[in-house]
Design a binder for this molecule. Structure first.
Ligand SMILES: Nc1nc2c(ncn2[C@@H]2O[C@H](COP(=O)(O)OP(=O)(O)OP(=O)(O)O)[C@@H](O)[C@H]2O)c(=O)[nH]1
Ligand SMILES: [Mg+2]
Length: 347
């Protein structure tokens, strides 16, 4: 059974009292993301939302249009992968391998090739489906980075919601001091989840806000501190310098921190996402990714391109704007949502 299908065992939000947010310990029975658990309805939800992505529509239609096992099927598969942002390297390697196997008559029919394709797609993603272990340090300091508008602040709100539901104490740091609205947006998420937000307002020094927040989180023995950062400054070089400064400053408190540099990628960005990750990774050393906006019109293949190109863990995917629309990344569940084992299960 897929671990994703397991019934969620976390306490209901009603159990997560105010005390938890202010420094209570996690409920030992609470679920953690190593279990990658969710409800069966969550699984249906995943499939429903991902089915609108370009790659899901492309792969679904592909086998309907090409019921026969032949070169036309593989040519079209390559086109589907390339046009859904899976990248040239991943797409050609996958198709070449399937073609070799087809020529060796390893597949009896198109359904057998479909099964092999599913296995290969899972094989690309499995190594990067590494859950985030927020119990590795206390407080666990997380820096959320990425270019503007990708969904950083929203993802922080969703993470706060998720960890609160697990009974953990959380603190947020409004490190995006570029826009006043950014601080307000984070405060709204904080209020919604009854989580304290450390802020100094627009124009403050981002590193100093985050430094104060890390000190506060240490003093209060908070489980998780999540720091928002700006997606844009006057110059992109300035942004990288600022992120470097934040990391340097908080290392003065704990040289292992930040324990996670979580980079948020907008799933609708396409191949440009690969350049973004390269740039941020060089500047501050990204340790995990979140791919957002995979609901709706994202082409979705970028997840494969990122996995292939960097091998960085994909921690979560964003499937909507609500607090619960964040799922730990599960390779098999993801592939199953894009390409069910038969068209009968197509949503
Ligand atoms: N459909 C969908 N929309 C999302 C998702 N995540 C974020 N958004 C939306 O994307 C927009 C930008 O999100 P923000 O969280 O403000 O992005 P940001 O990276 O913090 O932006 P800056 O602070 O300007 O750098 C908002 O309208 C969000 O509601 C997602 O998974 N799905
Ligand atoms: Mg923001």
């Amino acid at each position: 059974m897929l671990k994703f299908w397991k019934k969620k065992n976390s306490p209901s939000p009603a159990h997560a009292s105010e005390t938890d947010a202010e420094g209570g310990r996690p409920d030992p029975g609470a679920d953690d993301d190593n279990a990658t658990a969710s409800t069966a309805s969550g699984q249906r939800d995943w499939r429903g939302r991902l089915s609108t992505s370009g790659i899901a529509r492309g792969l679904g239609g592909l086998f309907r249009r090409n019921p026969k096992l032949d070169d036309a099927l593989l040519d079209e598969l390559e086109t589907v992968l390339l046009t859904s942002d899976a990248g040239v390297t991943a797409s050609t390697a996958l198709v070449d391998r399937l073609r070799q196997r087809m020529n060796k008559r390893e597949f009896a029919d198109a359904a057998a090739l479909r099964r092999a394709l599913r296995e290969d797609l899972v094989g690309i993603l499995e190594p990067v489906a590494v859950p985030l272990d927020i119990q590795a340090h206390t407080p666990f300091v997380m820096l959320v980075v990425g270019v503007n508008g990708v969904g950083k602040t929203t993802t922080i709100g969703k993470l706060a919601h998720r960890y609160r539901e697990q009974g953990r104490s959380i603190m947020l740091a409004a490190g995006d001091t570029f826009r006043a609205a950014a601080v307000e947006q984070l405060k709204t998420w904080g209020e919604r989840n009854r989580v304290p937000v450390i802020a100094q307002g627009q124009g403050a020094d981002s590193a100093s806000v985050i430094f104060d927040a890390v000190q506060g989180a240490n003093a209060r023995r908070v489980d998780v501190l999540i720091a928002d950062t700006a997606g844009r400054l006057h110059t992109q070089g300035g942004l990288m310098d600022e992120l470097g400064k934040i990391a340097r400053v908080i290392r003065k408190i704990d040289e292992q921190s930040p324990h996670e540099v979580l980079m948020v990628i907008d799933g609708t960005t396409g191949q440009n996402a690969v350049n973004q990750v390269r740039q941020f990774h060089q500047a501050i050393g990204v340790t995990g990714l979140v791919v957002t906006k995979l609901d709706g019109t994202a082409r979705g293949g970028v997840v494969f391109a990122l996995a292939r190109e960097f091998g960085l863990p994909i921690r979560y995917i964003g499937l909507g704007e609500g607090s619960a629309d964040l799922q730990p990344f599960d390779a098999a569940a993801f592939v199953d949502s894009l390409l069910p084992d038969s068209d009968d299960r197509q949503p």
